[in-house]
Design a protein around this ligand. Structure first.
Ligand SMILES: *[C@@H]1O[C@H](CO)[C@@H](O)[C@H](O)[C@H]1NC(C)=O
Ligand SMILES: *[C@@H]1O[C@H](CO)[C@@H](O)[C@H](O)[C@H]1NC(C)=O
Ligand SMILES: *[C@@H]1O[C@H](CO)[C@@H](O)[C@H](O)[C@H]1NC(C)=O
Ligand SMILES: *[C@@H]1O[C@H](CO)[C@@H](O)[C@H](O)[C@H]1NC(C)=O
Ligand SMILES: *[C@@H]1O[C@H](CO)[C@@H](O)[C@H](O)[C@H]1NC(C)=O
Ligand SMILES: *[C@@H]1O[C@H](CO)[C@@H](O)[C@H](O)[C@H]1NC(C)=O
Ligand SMILES: *[C@@H]1O[C@H](CO)[C@@H](O)[C@H](O)[C@H]1NC(C)=O
Ligand SMILES: *[C@@H]1O[C@H](CO)[C@@H](O)[C@H](O)[C@H]1NC(C)=O
Ligand SMILES: *[C@@H]1O[C@H](CO)[C@@H](O)[C@H](O)[C@H]1NC(C)=O
Ligand SMILES: *[C@@H]1O[C@H](CO)[C@@H](O)[C@H](O)[C@H]1NC(C)=O
Length: 423
C-alpha cells in the first residue's frame, strides 16, 4: 500500500508542478489511504485525494472555505457592469476591481481553501484564455492559499477579439501549473474536465468531510436540447456514488458528511426556494442602495410545504432571477439522497441569487456573483460565500460582501447548515 501511495504522490508532484514557479512548499497530495487494505483496488481508485493542508489538528478545529463564483475575469481591463451611479463615479472600474476584492476577502477571511466554481473567466472578452486564467489567481498565489477550480459555461467559449479557442483540458492544465492549485481533471472517460473529490481529515487522519467538485458542463452537447445549459452526466453521478461508497467502506461502514460544488444549479434549486424561501411579502423589496441589502432585508420565509421534503425553516438570501439550470434533470439529487452524505451544495451561475434553501435534507446554496465584469443588479454588492467546517462535524455559512465603504467589507446571513437547526 505504501508504495502505491508514494507513487501517487510522486505522480501528483510531477503533474501538478511542471513548470511551476513560486513558494517552495512541497506538494504532497495523495489518494486517501487509511484502511485502504480493506478496499479492492477498484474501490481504492475512487478514494478522494488528501493533502496535508486539508486537515484538522489538535490546534485547528475549524476549516474555512471561500467559494468564489462567477468572477468573469476578462482581458484585464474589461469594464465593470451594473454599477450604481455613485459607484461608477467613484473611480475607473475593471477586472482590477475583481482581483482587488479577492485580495480584500482573502486578507479579511483568511480561508484555508478557495473554491472557484466556474465562469472564472468571461472567455468571449479575453484575448488569450491562459493569460486571463493566470491573472485571476494571483491574489491567492501571493498569499499561499490552496485553491480548487471547476469550470462554468463561459470559461471555454471563443474569445471574440482574437477568435482564440480553448478546451477545458487546456484550462485545467494551465490551472494545475500553479503551486497553489489542488485542481484535478478527474478520471479519464468521465464527462467533462474537473470532477474530483478531496477528503478533509480529522486529527487522527480519518476523513471528517468530503468535498465533491463536479463539472456541470457548459451547454447542451447532444444537439437535441438547443439552448440548454449543461448538466452533470450519468457517468459522473455513478462516479459520485462509487466514491461515496468507497469512502464509507474505508471509514468502517460510516458515511462521511460531504459538501458539493458545481457551477450550474440543478433544477431542484427552484423547488427548494419554493419550499423554504417563499418571501414573507412574496416579492423583493425595491433596492437602490447598499443599505437595502443589509441585515434587515434578508428574506425570511416559512416554508409552504407544498412538496414532500420541504422543510419549514428560515431561509437566508435572495432570489432576483430564475434558476437557469439545464432543461433536463439528470438525477443527481436522487443519488445524493440515496447516499445521504452531501448536506450542502454550492453553485454559482445565477449572479443575483444568493439564497440557501433546504430541500430533501440538503441545503441548496448559491454564492452570488463575485466579478465586476459580470452582470448584476445595481446596488447588489459583489459577494462570496464562506463555508466553515468544524472538527465537531458542523457546517455553517455566511456571505462576505464588497461593502463599497470603509472598511470595504461586510458579512451577512450567518446560518448553521448541518446539523440543521431544529424548527
Ligand atoms: C498546537 O498545540 C500544542 C498543544 O496542544 C502546542 O504545543 C503547539 O505549539 C501548537 N502548535 C501550533 C502550531 O500552534
Ligand atoms: C480589452 O477589451 C476592451 C474591449 O472590451 C478593449 O477596449 C481593450 O483594449 C482590451 N484590452 C486589452 C489589454 O486587450
Ligand atoms: C474600482 O477600483 C478603483 C481603484 O481602486 C476605485 O477608484 C473604484 O472606486 C473601484 N470601483 C468599485 C465599483 O469598486
Ligand atoms: C473572427 O471570426 C469572425 C467570423 O468568422 C470574423 O468575422 C472575424 O473577422 C474574426 N476576427 C479575428 C480577429 O480574426
Ligand atoms: C478502519 O475501519 C474500522 C472498522 O473496519 C474502523 O473502526 C476504523 O475507524 C477505520 N479507521 C480509519 C482510519 O478509517
Ligand atoms: C450585519 O450586522 C452586523 C452586526 O450588526 C454587522 O457587523 C454587519 O456589518 C452587518 N452587515 C451588513 C451587510 O450590513
Ligand atoms: C412554519 O413554522 C412557523 C413557525 O413555527 C409557523 O408559524 C408556520 O405556520 C409554519 N408553516 C407551515 C406551512 O407549516
Ligand atoms: C449506487 O451503487 C449501488 C451499488 O452498485 C447501486 O445499487 C445503486 O443503484 C447506485 N445508485 C446510483 C444512484 O447510481
Ligand atoms: C449517511 O449518514 C446519515 C447520518 O449522518 C444517514 O442519515 C444516512 O442514511 C447515511 N447514508 C447511508 C447511505 O448510509
Ligand atoms: C462546533 O464547533 C463550532 C466552532 O468550530 C461551534 O461554533 C459549534 O457550536 C460547535 N457545535 C457543537 C454542536 O458542538
Amino acid at each position: 500500500m505504501k508504495t502505491l501511495v508514494l507513487l501517487a504522490g510522486v505522480l501528483a508532484v510531477s503533474i501538478g508542478f511542471a513548470g511551476a514557479q513560486g513558494p517552495a512548499s512541497a506538494p504532497t497530495t495523495t489518494r486517501s489511504s487509511s484502511n485502504s487494505s480493506a478496499l479492492t483496488p477498484e474501490e481504492q481508485a475512487y478514494l478522494p485525494y488528501t493533502d496535508p493542508r486539508l486537515a484538522f489538528s489538535a490546534n485547528k478545529t475549524s476549516f474555512k472555505i471561500l467559494q468564489v463564483a462567477d468572477m468573469h475575469y476578462g482581458n484585464g481591463t474589461s469594464r465593470c457592469l451594473n454599477l450604481l451611479p455613485e459607484w461608477a463615479a467613484a473611480g475607473s472600474c475593471s477586472d482590477v476591481n475583481t482581483t482587488d476584492f479577492l485580495g480584500v476577502l482573502l486578507d479579511q477571511e483568511k480561508p484555508d481553501l478557495v473554491v472557484f466554481t466556474g465562469d472564472n473567466i468571461m472567455a468571449p472578452d479575453v484575448n488569450d484564455h491562459a493569460v486571463s486564467q493566470r491573472a485571476w489567481r494571483k491574489p491567492v498565489e501571493a498569499r499561499n492559499i490552496p485553491f480548487m477550480t471547476i469550470f462554468g459555461n463561459h470559461d471555454d467559449e471563443v474569445a471574440k477579439a482574437t477568435n482564440a479557442t480553448v478546451t477545458r483540458e487546456t484550462l485545467m492544465t494551465v490551472d494545475m501549473e500553479s503551486p497553489m492549485s489542488l485542481s484535478k481533471p478527474g478520471p479519464k472517460g468521465l464527462f467533462g474536465t474537473g470532477t474530483y473529490a478531496y477528503a478533509i481529515n480529522d486529527a487522527s487522519g480519518k476523513p471528517k468531510f468530503v468535498l465533491y467538485l463536479l463539472d456541470s458542463g457548459s451547454y447542451d452537447v447532444t444537439g437535441r436540447l438547443k439552448g440548454s445549459y449543461g448538466w452533470i452526466h450519468a457517468n459522473q453521478i455513478t462516479w459520485y456514488n462509487q466514491t461515496s461508497r468507497a469512502v464509507e467502506k474505508q471509514n468502517g461502514g460510516q458515511n462521511v458528511t460531504a459538501v458539493g460544488f458545481y457551477h450550474i444549479p440543478i433544477p431542484e434549486y427552484e423547488n427548494a426556494f419554493t419550499c423554504a424561501c417563499t418571501a414573507v411579502s412574496n416579492g423583493q423589496p425595491s433596492r437602490t442602495s447598499f443599505a437595502d441589502f443589509g441585515n434587515g432585508t434578508t428574506l425570511a420565509g416559512t416554508g409552504l410545504k407544498t412538496q414532500t421534503g420541504c422543510t419549514n425553516q428560515t431561509c437566508y438570501g435572495v432570489k432576483q432571477e430564475g434558476v437557469y439550470s439545464a432543461s433536463v434533470n439528470s438525477g443527481l439529487l436522487a443519488a445524493i439522497v440515496e447516499r445521504g452524505d452531501i448536506k450542502m451544495m454550492n453553485v454559482g451561475h445565477d449572479h443575483v441569487n444568493d439564497y440557501c434553501a433546504s430541500f430533501q435534507g440538503v441545503q441548496f446554496c448559491y454564492a452570488g456573483g463575485f466579478g465586476y465584469h459580470a452582470y448584476n443588479t445595481e446596488g447588489f454588492p459583489r459577494r462570496a460565500r464562506v463555508i466553515t467546517l468544524s472538527a465537531n462535524g458542523t457546517i455553517s455559512t455566511y456571505k462576505a460582501l464588497d461593502a463599497f465603504a470603509t472598511p470595504p467589507y461586510a458579512t451577512q446571513d450567518f446560518q448553521q447548515i448541518y446539523p440543521s437547526p431544529s424548527v
